[in-house]
Design a protein around this ligand. Structure first.
Ligand SMILES: Nc1ncnc2c1ncn2[C@@H]1O[C@H](COP(=O)(O)OS(=O)(=O)O)[C@@H](OP(=O)(O)O)[C@H]1O
Length: 400
């Protein structure tokens, strides 16, 4: 069966390379135009280097949205965690307790208007403020986002813990007070600038990858990527200027955060050398194009047409598309290509089971907690486990 065949390829690890970079903390922010894509790059890197991941215990996120870092124990034979790249709300002190002193901190930010539109569309039914607007809009026969933006304060209860992503979601993920500006903001921004070695910018994604590559000493093969976790066109709401202005004013702190780090980004770019950056971006793009031609037989594939293993998690309100892998690949390319298109939850499970040498236990899928603190409908998604002979198998998968 084709899916068994795909699974077999996953178990054929690319030859491991020694690690030449410090440990990495990647703050995976929500819908920031690439955090799953960057995480996939880091998963591949860590797997190849046999790094020890700081995973949340038996789930995919660090007790989101609370701040405590519920890291699983250090596996036998490891002396430290090398990589942390699962969703969490940043608390620098907590992270520093878990990760080595010399860890490099990276994250990614996206245009706040696009981020909010994506967060709203993806989490409509799990963030209480959005859900209430969605219900009101259904009664009025209007778009949920426009109803929400007309009077967000009506729907938004700041005391409701699940509403963290409902206003300034990037600031929330960065651990800031995301409700209103206060005097500590400038100092907090400075502290973040000091803590983060690189804040990538989704709008300059390839430039960001070149800087990431320089920071960690990565090769083109490490950095080649596919855009992951992409919503189908019909799940995206076009915003006219009026709506954009409303999104901007509701998320004014995210705008502040983004503008600040865009400036920091270009300062880093100019230290690297603008001409050098341009050349490196062109090289990376050419390499990535070759990889895509080699690996992908079909892009933007609807979830119902994807193998369980390659189907991204779907939400009630957003359709997430994926990729089909080429069928005629050389053996050594198959494992690489599949990993590059492997959705977050499947890859996370694969690495978790491998790191803790677990077999039948299974990740506690119903324990995945979303932004509103309720169990998700993850039963729709494949659960990937390692079986005795090291091959992967998955179960409990059903298309949307
Ligand atoms: N390389 C690159 N450049 C720019 N944008 C990209 C890239 N890769 C993924 N994406 C877009 O990122 C959105 C998904 O973000 P995340 O992976 O952070 O989402 S999640 O919070 O982990 O669910 C999702 O945005 P929307 O499609 O607008 O929802 C993806 O299309």
């Amino acid at each position: 069966h084709w899916s068994q065949f795909l699974l077999k390829q996953l178990t054929s690890l690319n030859s491991s390379r020694r690690r030449a970079h410090p440990p990495v903390v990647f703050l995976k922010t929500h819908r920031t135009g690439s955090s799953s894509t960057v995480q996939n790059i880091l998963f591949r890197l860590g797997e190849r280097e046999r790094a020890t991941f700081a995973f949340p215990s038996h789930t995919y996120q660090f007790n989101y949205p609370d701040r405590a870092a519920f890291v699983d124990e250090l596996p036998e034979g490891s002396s430290q965690f090398d990589l942390l790249c699962s969703h969490m709300r940043l608390d620098l002190r907590e992270v520093r307790k878990v990760m080595p002193q010399n860890a490099v901190f990276i994250t990614v930010l996206r245009d706040p208007i696009k981020t909010f539109e994506s967060v709203f569309g993806y989490y409509t039914s799990t963030v209480p403020a959005f859900l209430t607007a969605h219900r009101a809009a259904a009664i009025e026969g209007k778009s949920a986002l426009s109803v929400f933006l007309d009077s967000p304060e009506i729907f938004w209860d700041p005391k409701e813990p699940g509403n963290g992503l409902a206003k300034n979601p990037m600031s929330f993920d960065m651990g800031f007070n995301n409700q209103k500006w206060n005097g500590s903001w400038p100092e907090d921004l400075e502290q973040l600038e000091e803590a983060f070695h690189l804040v990538m910018i989704a709008e300059h994604f390839d430039e960001s990858l070149v800087l990431l590559g320089a920071l960690l000493g990565l090769e083109h093969e490490d950095l080649a990527y596919l855009r992951l976790n992409v919503r189908a066109g019909n799940s995206v709401t076009d915003l006219d200027e009026n709506m954009q202005a409303k999104v901007r004013s509701w998320n004014v702190l995210d705008t502040l955060l983004y503008d600040f780090f865009v400036q920091v980004f270009w300062e880093k770019a100019s230290q690297f050398g603008m001409e050098r950056l341009k050349v490196e971006v062109e090289r990376l793009r050419a390499f990535t194009e070759d990889v895509r031609r080699k690996c992908v037989s079909r892009a933007e594939v609807p979830p119902g047409e994807l193998e369980d293993l390659l189907r991204p998690w779907q939400t009630e309100t957003a359709t997430i598309v994926g990729y089909e892998v080429q069928g005629n690949l050389l053996l050594q390319d198959q494992g690489f290509c599949i990993r590059m298109m492997l959705p977050e939850l499947q890859y996370h499970s694969h690495l978790y089971f491998k790191q803790y040498a677990l077999d039948q236990v299974g990740l506690n899928v119903s324990g995945l907690v979303l932004a509103n603190g309720t169990p998700s409908s993850l039963h729709r998604t494949s659960l990937v486990e390692l079986n005795e002979d090291g091959a992967l198998h998955h179960q409990n998968a059903s298309p949307r």
